[in-house]
Design a protein around this ligand. Sequence first.
Ligand SMILES: N[C@@H](CCC(=O)N[C@@H](CS)C(=O)NCC(=O)O)C(=O)O
Length: 229
Amino acid sequence: MSGALYMTEASPPARSVLMLLDILGIKNMELREINPVLREQDSPELKKKNPMRTVPMLDEGDFSLADSHAIVLYLLEKYGRPEHQQLYPPDARVRATIHNRMFFDCGILFPRLRAIMAPTYGGRLTQMTKYMIINIVDAYEMLEMYLNESKYIAADHMTIADISVLTTVSSLNGLHAVDENRFPRLKQWLTTMNEKDFAKKINVPGCKLHVDGLIMLMEFNMSNKASKL
Ligand SMILES: N[C@@H](CCC(=O)N[C@@H](CS)C(=O)NCC(=O)O)C(=O)O
């Protein structure tokens, strides 16, 4: 038994773990659906296992692990076979670049998406602000620069950094599309990544759920606000 993964398909970080499970061919992970909008991750039992109260979270009974990046690295180390070595090559500099891009996703990219998600789920955001859009475009610019250095996000081949970054960029792109003229490499990378089997199966439908849900909630917040005037 590989344990249980608390997740929801709409969550970008959960999608990256789900895609890795698919790539590794792990079929016996129990998937436990959690709705972060309803804050189901705040239950005392889950809070004890993951004080950050975030999705995804891996639970192996006597061991639990939060943060998709940590989970992806752990699962790859535990279940990766020689044919998966390219996803996380042993070369120290390649690994350092992979870590850098994963920390970039965790520390820069995803917080810019979360800045839109949290007030939307909290009932406050009715549409994205100019500042939110500026932050998204600024992040696209950084990604375009990374993609000027290598074909994929951290190397000239796909690594686990691409899987993490893909989920966040896909949702951001659904909210504010990547301008092909300004960011041609990013646009091409996004298309290439989303054409891969694991992405077609998990990222594309999960991203649609996520973005449609956010847009619907912003509209709901708007009509709610209007009805109070
Ligand atoms: N860096 C974390 C971010 C996880 C995260 O923030 N997930 C969202 C759902 S997409 C969540 O659980 N939000 C609830 C909250 O932040 O309180 C990861 O990669 O797992």
